[in-house]
Design a protein around this ligand. Structure first.
Ligand SMILES: [Zn+2]
Ligand SMILES: [Zn+2]
Length: 562
């Protein structure tokens, strides 16, 4: 039996406090708990904050203060800034994630209000959709008295739960595009009984059981994850959700996210291991966490090699998802695994095998990528092309391509390598020798003499080996690239004609963006490029938006998962 991890990548994690908004909720001094996490050697910590509520939706405890305020409004607006400051302060010590718990308050004003709150939490890593309040203005998780009042209004236990499920379904229908996770799906059990028909929801023919089964199916169909929340256990009513619900979710292939929903520093880290044992009991061997709204896969086991493989898988998921617009990022991709990644076939029942091919292939719609941590082998073949030794500064590659294009020479493949001493080497294989190569070399030597240390055209040369250890993008849409991934990668799909790639290279040179590595590929009339670059992301994104319609796709890929 493998050992469980004693750390979890939380989603419904630590509630950031409401500061001076009169009724205390969560932790105000975020540094205290970050220090505690660093002390425990944890790689990451996750904060969450409630979106502020309309004044009609207040707990009795809040009403009783008789103070006019919107709870947490000010702290909510400051929240992204507080997180940004924390990230700066602890940049090399711990990875800090943050999310929002979005309050469902009905489809009217509540919906518009919530949409506006999403804009105020831009850059959040995830959004959990939660129902805490009935439209009657009474909370499900307030006092026993408030729950009893709502129970009286609705007339029966079944009607009480039926109302809650209706609100959940309504929330998903209205919020489906804004949330990634469904919060504590059986929250009402905190204050009222769970009716018999719901305890046996798998088999019961009662309309309430039927509605609950439908709710779970809607969650599965929308690719939402289920919050496995240890707070219920802490409060004595058992983890949200119960084992039987979680088992059903597992059968429906609903991803689980885990969290402790912590409100006090002293409870940080409690229940970490229990949460993994709990989801494992329902069948799960992995769970999800989020970076920039993109799901990451996490193993429940304390197994270093397996964690390394998950890191590669997450890089691939991030890479593929960033080729899609926001709405399509949540759609779960399909996988194939081969070589050392074959063990993932046990975990992802829908995946297909690739035998000895030591790689992970991820696909969605008409896009796909293949990645691996195996350093590509160098093919023993003779090549002809241009060998260059030059200064490692922005604009050099653009200048090379520029001169070749002016002589009507198209570059077939490119390989770069920085010597990390201010110089770099490159090899370009050319589509065909049209007799102009000597001219091109003369022009470059004339124009950029101080930049190029040597520039020679060789036939029958050995293909140089520029591969270092790293995680490699082997293919994009089935076209071979073999680019070592770095912090920032540009991927393009474009019309494969002379001069098209030059547009991108000139654009980058104009803003002093350095190209660390460059790989080209093509399939008939479609060209692909993968560039490892160094520079400001806003500047790069701005350039990529202006390349013109010869570019079918151009994306800056960044990696946030760890
Ligand atoms: Zn909640
Ligand atoms: Zn919460």
């Amino acid at each position: 039996m493998k050992k469980f991890n004693d750390f979890i990548w939380e989603t419904h994690g630590i509630h950031a406090g409401t500061e001076n908004d009169h009724v205390k909720h969560g932790i105000d001094k975020l540094e205290d708990i970050v220090d505690k996490a660093i002390e425990a050697n944890h790689p990451s910590i996750t904060f969450i904050i409630h979106s502020p509520r309309l004044t009609n939706f207040r707990y009795a405890a809040e009403r009783n203060t008789n103070v006019k305020f919107i709870r947490g409004n000010r702290s909510y607006i400051n929240y992204p800034k507080r997180i940004a400051n924390l990230r700066k302060k602890y940049s090399n010590q711990i990875n800090i994630k943050f999310g929002v718990e979005l309050e469902w308050m009905g489809a009217g004003l509540g919906l518009q209000w919530s949409r506006s709150k999403i804009f105020q939490a831009e850059d959040a890593d995830f959004v959990i959709g939660s129902v805490h309040f009935a439209p009657e203005g009474l909370p499900y998780d307030g006092s026993k008295d408030e729950a009893y009042e709502l129970l009286q209004m609705r007339g029966s236990l079944e009607a009480y739960w039926n109302g809650y499920f209706n609100e959940m379904i309504e929330m998903i229908e209205s919020f489906g595009d804004m949330i990634q996770i469904i919060g504590h799906i059986d929250l009402p059990k905190l204050n009222v009984e769970v009716p018999e028909v719901l305890q046996n929801f798998e088999t019961s023919s009662h309309p309430l059981a039927n509605k609950f089964r439908t709710l779970l199916e809607i969650i599965a169909d929308r690719d939402l994850a289920l919050d496995v929340n240890m707070a219920g256990d802490f409060k004595g009513v058992g983890v949200y959700p119960t084992q039987s619900i979680l088992k059903r979710a597992y059968e429906l292939r609903i991803p689980a996210s885990v969290g402790t929903d912590t409100h006090h520093v002293k409870y940080y880290g409690e229940n970490f291991k229990e949460s993994l044992e709990y989801i494992h009991q329902a069948g799960y061997k992995h769970y999800v966490s989020y970076s920039k709204l993109i799901p990451e896969k996490r193993t429940i086991f304390d197994d270093h090699e397996l964690k390394v493989k998950y890191t590669i898988l997450n890089k691939g998921i991030e890479l593929l998802n960033q080729r899609f617009n926001h709405e399509n990022r949540r759609i779960i991709p399909d996988f194939s695994f081969g070589g050392s990644f074959t063990e993932f076939l046990d975990v992802y029942k829908n995946a297909t095998g690739m035998g000895d091919y030591n790689a992970i292939r991820i696909r969605k719609g008409n896009k796909s990528i293949t990645i691996s941590n195996e350093t590509p082998k160098i093919e023993k073949q003779k090549v002809k092309g241009l060998f260059s030794k030059h200064l490692d500064i922005p604009g050099v590659i653009s200048s090379l391509f520029n001169t070749l294009a002016s002589e009507g020479i198209n570059v077939e493949t490119a390989r770069l390598k920085s010597n990390r001493d201010g110089t770099a080497v490159a090899f370009l294989s050319l589509e065909e020798e049209n007799g102009n190569i000597k001219n091109a070399i003369d022009f470059i030597s004339g124009t950029d003499k101080e930049v190029f240390k040597s520039l020679t055209y060789k036939e029958d040369a050995d293909l140089p080996n520029y591969y270092n250890n790293g995680v490699y993008l082997l293919e994009m849409d089935g076209v071979e690239l073999k680019l070592a991934l770095s912090d920032k990668v540009i991927l393009t799909k474009h019309h494969n004609a002379p001069g098209v790639l030059l547009i991108l290279l000139s654009a980058l040179a104009s803003k002093n963006i350095n190209i660390i590595d460059l790989r080209l590929g093509k399939r008939n009339q479609v060209g692909y490029s993968a560039l490892a670059v160094d520079g400001d992301k806003n500047v790069i994104n701005n350039l990529l938006g202006k390349l013109g319609d010869q570019y079918y796709e151009s994306n800056l890929i960044e990696f946030h998962s760890k």
